[in-house]
Design a protein around this ligand. Structure first.
Ligand code: NAD
Length: 482
């Protein structure tokens, strides 16, 4: 076993108050690493370090920020195969998916390196004669970044990169079960030439490290991605704090993919398989509701079933694996619980849902589809977060759209159709933050805004140029030149 990997506070790698083990979900005998677990006192130290670093960093030049972010990007991209392997080993997505996610993280840092140079303000004329008005953007302050386990490097990247780009200092708390990618990213950031304390890593439980951040008066803003329940608690903590914090929440989804009678079946099946089952269905943008109109229903179900039967579920690191294991025992238990709930509710488990044995002990689950589901069932309303999709029949487009929008969530939605009329209508009338036509619900480019509506998201959008809304604060300044 290698040395325990440490937290980064004020540019020092420090031991924790305990140690967490990181287990490979493809092979539970394989311990990926041991990680220092920070406590509340260390989280306070990290906030203090970020506070001390903020005045200078907030006034750093665009060139300094560009250089640091660009260095981080270059190293991530150069090491994408190695880091992708680490990611796949600790999270269970396949090696190509892991490498793809790491590449995305590298591209995000490159994008925000450029954004550092592009930040500009506005000038305007006052309604009062001779008075000048300037509108500028300043960093928010110390930001607490709290991330989930399902994108162990991309989500941290899409929070850390804009935070640093706009001159904030950072305390980063990754999800407990995927510290490896977070630690590797922190090592890269630590080498990028940032002043001490600008970036801090504190690994540990949400109830300790996360709570300390959300309750701390010096933390000006919290960016959170995770489940709805945790998000709601974080919102309450941010509002209860003095002063109140700025916060943004990206949470769950129950994303619909509508398949219309005039769809190309092949295109629809590929969109459904990718959206519902790739990354083991563990994506907030996963298409867990397949809403299919009656004229194509049977053909679609047959073609989808054939396609799913051929998917290779195996060790995430094995070449040829298309679906890796579920992330851990808790998530597997949740998936199995919902498979039972769906059957008890009267949906038909059409295919899959079996636990699979492979060469090594892991959390292998066959992708599962329910048919004959109704949108009132719990399997159609609650986020399962596994390789489980339900097919909900619909009479026609109008009914399919109504079902698609009948959810507390609103992250992503898709439609498969060859009709321009339906495609345009769906784009305009879907109550989701991201809408796809003839594409999987998952998979948004790194340079455009990402986020949802209704119960899926709260606050400013992430990624692309829109990220500046969260990571900057607007100042309106007046001058009377005399
Ligand atoms: P989670 O809510 O359990 O945990 C997310 C993070 O919050 C973790 O780092 C956790 O330690 C921390 N946390 C837990 N309790 C906390 C507290 N009291 N105070 C502060 N922080 C606390 O979510 P998860 O299981 O890691 O991730 C899965 C969820 O994330 C799913 O619901 C998924 O839909 C969602 N997700 C959403 C998006 C999106 O952009 N909308 C993207 C990916 C994942």
């Amino acid at each position: 076993m290698n040395a325990v990997l440490k937290n980064l506070i004020a540019a020092e790698w420090v031991e924790g108050a305990g140690v967490s083990r990181n287990i490979n979900p493809s092979d539970t005998n394989d311990i990926v690493g041991e990680y220092a677990r920070a406590d509340a006192a260390q989280t306070l130290q990290a906030v203090a370090a970020a506070k001390a670093a903020f005045p200078a960093w907030s006034r750093s030049t665009p060139q300094q920020r560009f250089d640091a972010l660009n260095r981080i990007s270059v190293e991530i991209l150069a090491r994408k195969d190695e880091l992708g392997r680490l990611l796949a080993r600790e999270e269970g997505k396949t090696l190509p998916e892991g490498i793809g996610e790491v590449a995305r993280a590298g591209q995000i840092f490159a994008f925000f390196a450029g954004e550092a140079l592009r930040l500009s303000g506005e000038t305007g004329a006052s309604v009062r004669p001779g008075i000048e008005v300037e509108i500028t953007r300043e960093p928010v302050g110390i930001v607490g970044l709290i991330t989930p386990w399902n994108f162990p490097i991309a989500i941290p990247a899409w929070k850390i990169a804009p935070a640093l780009c706009f001159g904030n200092s950072v305390v980063f708390k990754p999800a407990e079960i995927v510290p490896g990618s977070a630690h590797a990213l922190a090592e890269i950031i630590a080498r990028a030439g940032l002043p001490a304390g600008v970036f801090n890593l504190v690994m540990g439980p949400g109830s300790v490290v996360g709570n300390t951040l959300t309750g701390h008066p010096d933390v000006a803003a919290i960016s959170f991605t995770g489940s709805v329940g945790t998000g709601r608690g974080i919102a309450q903590a941010c509002v209860a704090a003095t002063p109140m914090k700025k916060f943004q929440l990206e949470m769950g989804g129950k994303n619909p993919l509508v398949v219309l009678d005039d769809a190309d079946v092949k295109v629809a099946v590929e969109a459904a398989v990718n959206g519902a089952f790739f990354s083991t269905g563990q994506r907030c943008t996963a298409s867990s509701r397949l809403i299919v109109t009656q004229g194509i229903h049977d053909r679609f179900v047959e073609a989808l079933t054939e396609r799913i039967k051929g998917l290779v579920v195996d060790d995430a690191l094995k070449s040829g694996t298309q679906i890796g294991p579920v992330v851990d025992q808790n998530q597997l238990d949740q998936d199995l619980r919902y498979l039972k709930i769906g059957k008890d509710e009267g949906a038909k488990l059409h295919w899959g849902g079996e636990i699979l044995n492979r060469e090594t002990p892991g959390f292998y689950l066959q992708p599962a589809i329910f048919t004959g589901a109704s949108n009132a069932m719990r399997i159609a309303r609650e986020e399962i977060f596994g390789p489980v999709a339900c097919i909900i029949p619909a009479k026609d487009y109008e009914e399919a759209l109504a079902i698609a929008n009948d959810t507390e969530f609103g992250l992503a939605a898709g439609v498969c159709t060859t009709s321009l009329k339906y495609a345009s209508h769906f784009k305009r009338n879907s109550e989701a933050g991201m809408v796809m036509v003839n594409l999987p619900t998952a998979g948004v480019d790194y340079h455009v805004p990402f986020g949802g509506r209704k119960g899926s998201s709260y606050g400013a959008r992430e990624q692309g140029a829109y990220a500046r809304e969260f990571y900057t604060i607007v100042k309106t300044a007046y001058t009377n030149p005399g």
